[in-house]
Structure formats: C-alpha cells, structure tokens
Write a protein that binds this ligand. Structure first.
Ligand code: NAD
Ligand code: MG
Length: 393
C-alpha cells in the first residue's frame, strides 16, 4: 500500500490523480489533500477518500471546510496556510507526493518533499524552471525517486534506458525530440492574434487543463518551460532538445539514439496515463484511458516550431542558455503577464513583450540556494508589474 499526499488535488492534474487512485483502492491510500480555496470540491474529495489531513491555503476557506468536515462526522484534520502545505508533504507516513499545485506556489512544498526523501510525482514544472539545481541537489542528497508527470517528460523517461544516469552521450542518445501540439493558435493569422480572448486561448484542441497552463500552451511558453524542465530532468543542454510541432498530440515525445533508432511513447492525450505510470512505477496499472486507435488517427504531422509566431519559446531557450536566475525571472514574468491577460488587462501579444523587457532589464545572478531563486522571483514580479502599467492593449 502506497500512502499519498496530493498537492493541488482540486486541479486538473489533482482530479485526474484521484480518478486513478479510486480505481486501485488496494494499492493507494490518501493521507493528505490540498487546495487553494475550492471548499466544495475539497469537501467532496474528503468524503470520498477520507484523508487524515486537508489543507486550504486560504484561512477563510479552511474555516468553512472544517465546519463541513465536522458536520459530516469525518475525522479529517483541516489545516491552512503555506506552512501546512509543507507539513503534509513531509509527514512520516507519506510515501509519495503528487506535486500538482500550479505555478511558483508549488515550489516550497515540492522542495520540502524532496528534502524529506519522498517519492515525487512531478507535475509542477515551475519547480524545476525556477530552482532546477536546488531541487535536483535535494533529490540526489535524500535519494528521492523523481518521476516526471508532464506527458512529454514522462514519455522521454519511458524511452530512455531504465535507470538512466544523466549521461545522454554515454547512453548513445543523440538528442531529445520534445513534441508540442502548437496550441489553439497554430494556424491563426498573425494579424488576429492581437485580439484573441482568454476563452479562445484556454480552448486547447487536445488537452483539458488549468487556465494558466492553457495560456502557456497557446503562447508556447509551456513548451519553453518544458525545454528547461527536460534540461534538469535529463541533464540535456539546450542544443540536445529539439521541439517538434505535432498537432495530433499522440506521440508524447521521442528519444533519438546514435544508431538511428528513435523510441517514442504514444497514447491518447489523457494525463491519467503518465499519472498511473508514476504512481505504479515500475509496474503498469489500468488508468481508465481508452486504447489508442491508430486507424482512427490515420495520419500524424510534424513541423518545426515557428519562433516568430511564438516568441515565448525563443525567450525560454534564451533564459536556459543564460542560466542562473534567468529561468526564474522568465517564469515569474510569465506568471504575472498570464494573470494580467486572463484578467483582460493586456493583450495576448503583450505577454512575450512583458517577459522580454523583464529579462532584458534584470541582471542574471547565480543560484546557490533557494533564497537566490526567491529573490529573483520577487524582483521579476515587481519589474513585470511595472511593465504592465506601461503596456497598452
Ligand atoms: P489547475 O489550475 O487546474 O490546478 C491547480 C491546483 O493548485 C488546484 O488544486 C489549486 O487549488 C491549487 N493552487 C492554486 N494556487 C495555489 C496556491 N497559491 N497555493 C496552493 N495551492 C494552489 O492546474 P493544473 O492544470 O492541474 O496544473 C498543475 C501543474 O501541473 C502545473 O504546474 C502545470 O504546469 C502542470 N501540468 C499540468 C498538465 C495538465 O494537463 N493540466 C499537464 C502537465 C503539467
Ligand atoms: Mg506537457
């Protein structure tokens, strides 16, 4: 029996995780669930999974949830605040932590789980983008098992040799091919991109996801963050990682070897596949995912990414090459810009403009510890807010 904490249990990844868990009550037991402020959903999850702990970031939401848990006669202890997120990530009875909080907010509890040597199912790519070396050092020092949940990285993990040691060349790997759907605006005339709405940006052709990552997919910043994520997970340089636009989202990524072999992982675009893989690794379990129907797919297309249409992808490569605090600055500026776009304060095309101006304005510092990352994050958010005031629609 594996005992789990699910950070961000009310989100897209969180609910998919609980869907897989519910299919295997003999294998998994939920110790803790956490959410930002969604009382109704977290309460229903408490009724179904009867966790020992439920955490709401928001204090007022925690008070409501506590009341409802008590009235329902459940023994779940309701906690609140950032410290409680870390607390449930390191409980001695927890074996594995699903890191599925969105954005920089996921960093501290995910890092805490790494320090505590938990098995980490990593969906929160922002942890690696912001603090890749700090996080990977913590994973190595504690001996945590790290399983990528992002579908592309899960595919690469599956296509690399079992027990891959971080040496691409030594394992005969020529390069990593990271697939991208191209998002909803792959073919939109450039002249129309200025006026696209948050609703259009969040209508992804293949995947149903949270709003932040949906906008990131539309701008292809998501792929940029994933290039940086792949860098840390697989010890791959920017030149080792080729983005391939593949609109059908059936091949989730590929690994090319020096002998000409290319190994890919395929499947329907359903996050329950990588989640089930991470949960049960090294076993395979039913994820509730429909079998892949190749006859129905019939054709698959591949094109090179268009860096002019998607300047966010170029900015991410630039930040990865600049190294140090640059990826944390990129991530923070992106979070501020995406929130402003979702809030209809800026246009879609202003997102890369804001990020570029922040990257250009801030010096690149070295990252020796978490405080270096958090300092860069704060400074970048401040610079991005200033840019927002200047950016007009
Ligand atoms: P989501 O917005 O659907 O859910 C986010 C979860 O985090 C919710 O439970 C929410 O309550 C919680 N949360 C939000 N802000 C918080 C805060 N400040 N403090 C604590 N908790 C907070 O997001 P999602 O789409 O499930 O994505 C989660 C993570 O997984 C992201 O890092 C995303 O990049 C990554 N990811 C998602 C998908 C996908 O298909 N959705 C695929 C790959 C990777
Ligand atoms: Mg992905």
């Amino acid at each position: 029996m594996q005992h789990l904490t699910v950070l961000g249990s009310t989100g897209s990844i969180g609910t998919s995780t609980l869907d897989v868990v519910a299919r295997h009550p003999d294998k998994f037991r939920i110790v803790a669930l956490t959410a930002n402020s969604q009382v109704d959903l977290l309460f229903r999850q408490c009724q179904q999974f009867k966790p020992g702990y439920a955490v709401m970031l928001d204090e007022a939401a925690a008070i409501q949830l506590r009341q409802r848990v008590r009235e329902a006669g459940l023994s779940t202890e309701v906690l609140s605040g950032v410290a409680a997120l870390e607390q449930v990530a390191v409980l001695p009875e927890v074996d594995a932590v699903m890191a599925a909080i969105v954005g920089a907010a996921g960093l501290r509890p995910t890092l805490a789980a790494a320090h505590a040597g938990k098995k980490i199912l990593l969906a929160n790519k922002e942890t690696l983008v912001m603090a890749g070396n700090v996080f990977m050092d913590a994973v190595r020092a504690s001996g945590s098992a790290l399983l990528p949940i992002d579908s592309e990285h899960n595919a690469i993990f599956q296509a690399l040799p079992r027990g891959y040691n971080g040496d691409l060349a030594g394992n005969g790997v020529r390069r990593i091919l990271l697939t991208a759907s191209g998002g909803p605006f792959r073919n939109t005339p450039l002249s129309e991109l200025q006026d696209v709405t948050p609703e259009q940006a969040c209508a992804h052709p293949n995947w149903v996801m949270g709003r932040k990552i949906s906008v990131d997919s539309a701008s292809m910043m998501n792929k940029g963050l994933e290039v940086i994520e792949a860098h840390w997970l697989f010890n791959a340089s920017a030149d080792d990682i080729q983005v391939v636009v593949h609109p059908q989202s059936v091949i989730h990524s590929l690994v090319e070897y020096v002998d000409g072999s290319v190994l890919a992982q395929l499947g329907n675009p359903d996050m329950r596949t990588p989640i089930a893989y991470g949960l049960a690794y090294p076993e395979r379990i039913d994820a509730g995912v429909a079998p892949l129907d190749l006859f129905k797919i019939a054709t698959m297309n591949f094109t090179a990414p268009d860096f002019e249409r998607f300047p966010c992808l170029a900015l991410a490569y630039q930040a990865l090459r600049a190294a140090g605090t640059a990826p944390a600055v990129l991530n923070a500026a992106n979070e501020v810009a995406v929130a402003a776009f979702l809030d209809k304060q800026i246009s879609f095309l202003s997102i890369p403009r804001v990020i570029k101006s922040v990257l250009d304005a801030l010096p690149v510092g070295t990252v020796g510890c978490l405080d270096d990352v958090l300092g860069a994050d704060t400074e970048a958010r401040r610079a991005a807010q200033q840019q927002l005031k200047k950016s007009s629609r």
